[in-house]
Design a protein around this ligand. Sequence first.
Ligand SMILES: [Zn+2]
Length: 255
Amino acid sequence: MLAERADGPVHGPYQTTSLSDTCKMKSKTKPNGKKPPAEEKKQYLEAEFTKVRVVDFDLKELVMLPREIDLNEWLASNTTTFFNLINLQYSTISEFCTGDTCQAMTACNTIYYWYDERGKKTKCTAPQYVDFVMSLVQKLVTDDDIFPTKYGKEFPNAFESLVKKICRYLFHVLAHLFWAHFKETVALDLQGHLNTLYAHFIVFIREFNLVDPKETCIMDDLSEILCAPAPPAPAAPSSPTSAPSPSSHNHVTER
Ligand SMILES: [Zn+2]
């Protein structure tokens, strides 16, 4: 069934030109006149589910670069944390994400293809794709030349572009979780975690322009709901203790 989607707007991480077309095609009809499969049913957009969160505070404030913290440190720390959390969230449903159930890495009308180190496009199942993503990201975030942990060691010039690459891949995994595994997530009563993780991630990548909006637009309907601005708060930085203290331990001074 999934293989039939190959006639749809197919693209991979490096084929961004077709992405905008995907997003313009919010109508039900594809150019070839076929209806996209299961377009109607987005359980994850139902209010019953979107209202479920595990936190209820201003995510924007949480992701903003705190004073006195180096931008690259902040990006590194958050990116590593998101990698761990998204990996964990995926692991909760990984037994349902198999080569049979998910023959391609799908999210909405999109199929993601993996591109190997030489740029060769590879067709793979969703679990293979996720495995490629997680292995690559694991390799990057534990490479001391890229994510330095020693005091005084510089970040490489390519750091920001690598963070962007990681975030783009992590977005694919999140999108697939909603698109293909929301039911199972609900069955495990983990939708609040998924919603919150997603909203936090989206607010983070928007704050630092880490993923092209053309890439994320396939999930804009959900993002608009989950990332709706919090009620206006008095913008008085009166309380220094309110500075974000996420799980981001200081990445440099340890080890
Ligand atoms: Zn899957």
